[in-house]
Design a binder for this molecule. Structure first.
Ligand code: LLP
Length: 481
């Protein structure tokens, strides 16, 4: 029988289980909401034992808990219903993890999808997301991507002058072709509003927030969006374009943000521009405040809950609109990390260990920077547990190394674990966001499989890559054979 004495819980991986803190939002938990330690002292997620999942699907393995993802989607929607008096739409920022199953789950919870490339757009469409709920971002969309978006009928968040001008030309060509086709086939009458390209304008709001420099986007020196100085000219131009339909404004201040003030400050800045846009005959029907709510990667992280974040944002927008007598726009937000991040763990099999006397013990796992590039890219911190030793006291301080030929391929430095041996299953927590989506084949490692777990069932949502997959794009010119 495993002891659950409080002192023992504190000093074991059981301290990370969220069952003790049901009042917390998913983004404040280190493990998915359904994580439990079973009578074998082994970690279960979505009613599935992690070690059994690894036996069945291999490792490394992304394990995605459907319940946590759906709960986070629902918390965003419920909070907006509670705190925003107007219409709203939550978009899932699919850059955090784009694949068919994740887009389909988000859509089934009533969310739209934010995409930033033709590939993400294709994925969302193939997952069955309605085009009018897809918003296409990006600072350098190609002509092909813009044509794809126009033809699909999704919303385009215009980032810069080049894109705006290109879009005017492409939309004109598309609409001309469409009207020729309609005339030739004598089908339903072409109505101009339906085929106009629906756009939002993105601008940099000039708001500083304290997150990693690479993931800050709202300050003025950013590659994204129109500089506010350009907006008067942009509004004039857009108001004269018969092929475009202006829907509204977009701004995003950054990612992994714990502070509340930047989002509060964003509202009056955006609403001020709504009132300016209206003076050019461009009423703002949609106001998109971006994403950015942070999550807990370690117990030191203290993000606001989803509800608190939505409350801040919604109340600030409503207050700013009231103050400036601007009609309440439809409020859009586009979280990524806080929806998917806490819903997933990555399971690895422990292999070799290296003890450097009096310096460090390295424990190596069968993945690393190719399946989770965040530690080497942003010095991100993670927590981990040994799935088959959930109550064992955390007596060792070790460093978790990946298997890549790169000294910096360290997943977690100086973490407390129980004594660990080859074959143990190590679970790294909160790996749903920007892990699979940033994964690579560095050193020709095949990318891991992912399984969706719920109510004791596990379904693959991404097949593990094979050696054949690694060669799929390779071409060998005949003269080399
Ligand atoms: N909207 C826009 C326009 C964005 O650029 C982003 C993230 C989001 C929404 C979603 O933000 P979130 O809610 O996930 O914070 N690879 C980095 C994060 C890059 C974020 C890029 N943009 C990381 O691993 O931390």
């Amino acid at each position: 029988m495993v002891s659950t004495h409080p002192a023992r819980v504190q000093n074991s991986a059981r301290q990370y289980l969220s069952s003790d803190r049901p009042d917390r939002s998913p983004n404040q938990q280190l493990l998915p909401l359904t994580a439990r330690a079973n009578s074998q002292d082994s970690l279960e997620i979505g009613g599935c034992e992690v070690t059994a999942l690894v036996q069945q699907f291999g490792s490394p393995l992304y394990i995605l808990d459907e319940n946590t993802l759906r709960t986070a989607c629902q918390q965003y929607r419920q909070a907006l219903e509670r705190y925003y008096p107007g219409a709203f739409q939550v978009l899932y920022a699919s850059k955090a993890w784009s694949c068919l199953a994740v887009c389909a789950i988000a859509a089934s919870e009533g969310l739209g999808i934010d995409v930033v490339s033709g590939g993400e757009l294709y994925t969302a469409l193939q997952a069955g997301v309605s085009p009018e709920k897809i918003y296409f971002h990006g600072n350098n969309k190609s002509v092909d991507e813009l044509n794809f978006a126009i033809e699909a009928g999704c919303r385009i968040v215009v980032d810069n002058w080049w894109e705006l001008q290109t879009l005017v030309n492409l939309s004109a060509t598309y609409q001309q072709q469409k009207s020729n086709l309609d005339a030739a086939s004598e089908t339903a009458l072409w109505t101009s509003t339906e085929t106009k390209t629906q756009i939002l304008l993105r601008f940099t709001p000039g708001i500083e927030c304290h997150t990693h420099e690479y993931i800050r986007t709202g300050h003025l020196d950013s590659k994204f969006g129109f500089d506010p100085n350009q907006l008067d000219e942009v509004f004039t131009f857009v108001s004269q374009q018969p092929t475009l339909q202006f829907l509204g404004l977009h701004a995003h201040i950054g990612s992994q943000i714990f502070e509340r003030q930047p989002h509060r400050d964003l509202a009056p800045v955006m609403v001020e521009w709504c009132s300016k846009a209206a003076s050019y005959g461009l009423p703002v029907a949609e106001l998109n405040v971006g994403g950015g709510l942070g999550i807990s990667y370690t117990e030191a992280d203290d993000p606001p809950s989803i509800e608190e974040w939505v409350k801040e944002v919604a109340e600030a927008v409503a207050a700013a609109c009231q103050e400036r007598q601007v009609p309440l726009p439809k409020l859009l937000c586009e979280p990524g990390r806080s929806l998917i991040g806490p819903a997933c763990v990555t399971a690895y099999t422990v292999g070799s260990q290296k003890v450097v006397p009096e310096i460090r013990t390295y424990i190596a796992v069968d993945g690393g920077m190719s399946d989770n590039p965040r530690p080497i890219t942003y010095q991100s911190q993670y927590r981990a547990a040994i799935a088959n030793k959930m109550s064992a006291p955390l007596t060792e301080t070790v460093t978790i190394a990946g298997k890549h030929c790169e000294s910096g391929d360290i997943l977690i430095k100086d973490i407390k674990l129980p004594p660990t041996e080859a074959g143990d299953i190590l679970v790294v927590m909160a790996t749903g966001a920007y892990n699979y989506s940033m994964a690579s084949n560095y050193n020709r490692l095949a990318r891991p499989a992912a399984v969706l777990v719920n109510n004791g069932e596990a379904h693959p949502i991404l097949q593990r890559e094979t050696y054949q997959d690694l060669l799929r794009q390779d071409c060998l010119p005949e003269r080399l054979i």
